[in-house]
Design a protein around this ligand. Structure first.
Ligand SMILES: Nc1ncnc2c1ncn2[C@@H]1O[C@H](COP(=O)(O)OP(=O)(O)OP(=O)(O)O)[C@@H](O)[C@H]1O
Ligand SMILES: [Mg+2]
Length: 417
């Protein structure tokens, strides 16, 4: 029963006791009629005065209550309009208030969350279960530290990606040192982190680019004479033919790597021409067909009929496609599906495989020069590809799940600006 209702019942009860009790008392005292009338009048006046005080008290309480409600409304609309995650918890970790952003973040819309802990709410959402349980753990760490904590927390998304939150937790304590409340505020910094990563990659690329130019140049010349002499010796010496062949093959490989390094070098002489990317992709697929067959990989390609020609350097784009598809083949895929279509004024090339996939750590390092987990990989394939797409004014995005496969989305502007 609410406090207001209790007060009201108490008033009614007291009034009944007053009216009948005092009447009974007066009757017992056996006053004459005049005294009886006078006492009754005084009784009525006292009753009116008491009722007046009582109603005034109720009105002022009601006003206070309404004021509180208005303040609460204001606070709620303030935290709900925030694009940050805001959550107030009590000292026991029970949710007191959370904004709409927070409810949407954990897919808890419509759940009566008040008074529940993270672990109770984890029962409502299978997908965010782990994330909620982790929040409880990290809350505990904040309580133990006894001061404001700040950390980056990752929340998984249904599409397989992660959102990164810059999370601040403020623990509040009672005077006796017991836990009072915890304020949690989280800001979505996913885009900022991605931009930072891109910038870091671009910086590394430009450093490697500068280095590559000089190194590649220095290696090319002695390489040419080495190859010439090996070929010559191969012709004149029939005993060591096998060794010469191995040497020639290895020299070719060095030459290939140097060639890739040269692509990274700046400045580059790129000649853009209008190219039919669909035809270009068909070429690449037929080029890789024998390797794909060897690994038992099926490549499916589909392209929008009305695809416009795009401004690009066809040989460089070819190299990008080869690098990406080769990676998919090497990742143990059974099927690679490639699609080409227009999306918001750009040409979108999507390459999806069902290979081994990559964990988050590997995904972050893609495009880093010399990063490879393959025994014979140089780790330049994607560095070169990123550089080429960058010089075309496009973007390349990887998403992947271990054991499920990898998806690469390349967006290229149709026209050069
Ligand atoms: N489709 C994919 N599936 C799984 N892992 C991939 C995929 N594409 C790239 N990778 C990972 O990214 C790493 C870097 O790729 P990158 O093409 O740059 O180098 P590499 O293939 O190792 O060597 P190379 O320079 O010979 O291409 C690879 O070693 C591989 O672990
Ligand atoms: Mg590769």
């Amino acid at each position: 029963m609410s406090k207001m209702k209790k007060v009201l019942y108490f008033y009614v009860l007291l009034s009944i006791v007053w009216v009948f009790g005092t009447d009974h008392l007066i009757a017992l005292l056996d006053y004459d009629i005049y005294t009886f009338i006078a006492i009754s009048k005084i009784k009525a006046v006292l009753f009116i005065a008491a009722t007046f005080i009582f109603i005034k008290y109720l009105i002022s309480k009601n006003e206070q209550f309404q004021e509180l409600e208005r303040e609460k409304e204001k606070l709620l609309s303030l935290i709900n309009s925030m694009v940050d995650f805001v959550n107030f918890k009590d000292g026991e970790g029970r949710w007191i208030e959370v904004n709409t952003f927070g409810l949407n973040l954990f897919d808890l819309q419509g759940v009566d969350y008040k008074g529940k802990r993270d672990r109770d709410l984890a029962e409502y959402t299978e997908f965010y279960r782990e994330a909620l349980l982790y929040c409880e753990e990290s809350d505990e760490q904040t309580w133990m530290s006894g001061s404001v904590s700040r950390s980056e927390e990752q929340i998984p998304q249904p599409d397989g990606s992660f959102k990164t939150f810059d999370t601040i937790k403020v623990p509040l304590f009672n005077d006796d040192g017991s836990r009072k409340a915890l304020v949690v505020i989280g800001r979505d910094i996913t885009q900022m982190k991605e931009a930072e990563d891109r910038l870091q990659k671009a910086e590394k690329l430009s450093v490697v680019g500068g280095l590559a130019a000089s190194v590649a140049h220095e290696i090319r010349n002695p390489l040419t004479s080495l190859k010439g002499f090996v070929q010559l010796m191969n012709k004149n010496d029939s005993v060591n033919k096998l060794y010469y062949e191995i040497m020639e093959n290895e020299l070719d490989r060095i030459n290939e790597i140097v060639g890739e390094l040269l692509v990274l070098a700046k400045p580059q002489n790129i000649r853009f021409t209008k190219t039919n990317v669909s035809k270009l992709m068909c070429n690449v697929i037929s080029l890789l067909e024998s390797q794909a067959n060897m690994y038992g990989v099926n490549i499916v390609f589909q392209s929008d009929a009305g695809m416009k020609e795009i401004d690009c350097e066809p040989n460089q784009l070819k190299q990008v496609f080869i690098n990406i598809i080769k990676n998919s083949i090497e990742a143990g895929s059974k099927s690679i599906s490639i699609s080409l279509f227009e999306e918001g004024g750009s040409a979108r090339i999507m390459i999806e495989d069902d290979g081994e996939g990559m964990e988050e750590e590997r995904l972050k390092r893609l495009g880093e020069p010399f990063y490879s987990v393959k025994e014979k990989g140089t780790g330049l394939g994607l560095t070169v590809s990123y550089r080429i797409i960058q010089s075309h004014g496009g973007t390349i995005t990887y998403s992947s799940k271990v054991g499920e496969g990898t998806k690469v989305v390349i967006d290229l502007p149709v026209k050069r600006t």
